[in-house]
Write a protein that binds this ligand. Structure first.
Ligand code: TYD
Length: 195
């Protein structure tokens, strides 16, 4: 089973990744949890370039994220799934469609297509979208902002629109959750949706 979590920074994705990992492990499942950008040596280098470097041209940004993702799929996700493990990923293709495709304006379809090529068509079985208002999300994010977290509320409102569009496009795969609910309640909903 391949599961991803999506949402704005501050929506509580990483907490949900850890809670789900713990629950699946308690069920004696083998679990591989990973994050994007990153998760491989190449991916961590891309992460540094794209999040903590200087100006990155929009298409360079989209291609760097896609490159990191292509490496992660080859090196981590596919082997783990083939070995019978469950994979939980903090961000995946939908992040690029929402951030680069919609918020940066590169185009929903073009960024989706680029990413489907990069991952050889591998989409998650289930994606949990933690829905939160941009203002509430930025309040929750720590003071140390990386390059994308420093974008305006207008940018994050566009990211939210991008996610909305994705949820409409992939209603079978994407489950929207109210990120203002307590973490343990959300984890309960996630687990119930998977079982
Ligand atoms: P994330 O790892 O969630 O942030 P952190 O670990 O700092 O809490 O993501 C880092 C940023 O990268 C986030 O602002 C969203 C952005 N991002 C994209 O713009 N496109 C992508 O494809 C991905 C994976 C992330």
């Amino acid at each position: 089973m391949f599961v991803t979590f999506e949402g704005l920074d501050g929506s509580g994705k990483s907490t949900q990744v850890e809670l789900l990992r713990a629950r699946l492990e308690a069920d004696a499942e083998q679990v591989v949890a990973t994050r994007e950008p990153g998760g491989t040596e190449l991916g961590e280098q891309v992460r540094t370039l794209v999040l903590h470097g200087g100006h990155v041209a929009p298409w360079a940004e989209a291609l760097l994220y896609a490159a990191s993702r292509a490496q992660l799929v080859q090196e981590v996700i596919k082997p783990a799934l083939a070995g019978g493990a469950s994979v939980i990923c903090d961000r995946y293709v939908d992040s690029s469609v929402a951030y680069q495709g919609v918020a940066r304006g590169l185009g929903f379809e073009r960024v989706l297509e680029l990413n489907l090529t990069a991952v050889e068509g591998l989409l998650p079985d289930r994606t949990f979208l933690l829905v939160l208002d941009p203002a509430a999300a930025s309040e929750r994010v720590a003071r140390e902002h990386d390059r994308l977290e420093s974008e305006s509320d207008v940018f994050h409102a566009r990211v939210k629109d991008g996610y909305r569009e994705l949820a409409e496009r992939f209603p079978e795969r994407i489950v929207e959750l109210d990120a203002t609910r307590p973490a343990d309640e959300l984890s309960e909903q996630v687990y119930a949706a998977l079982r």
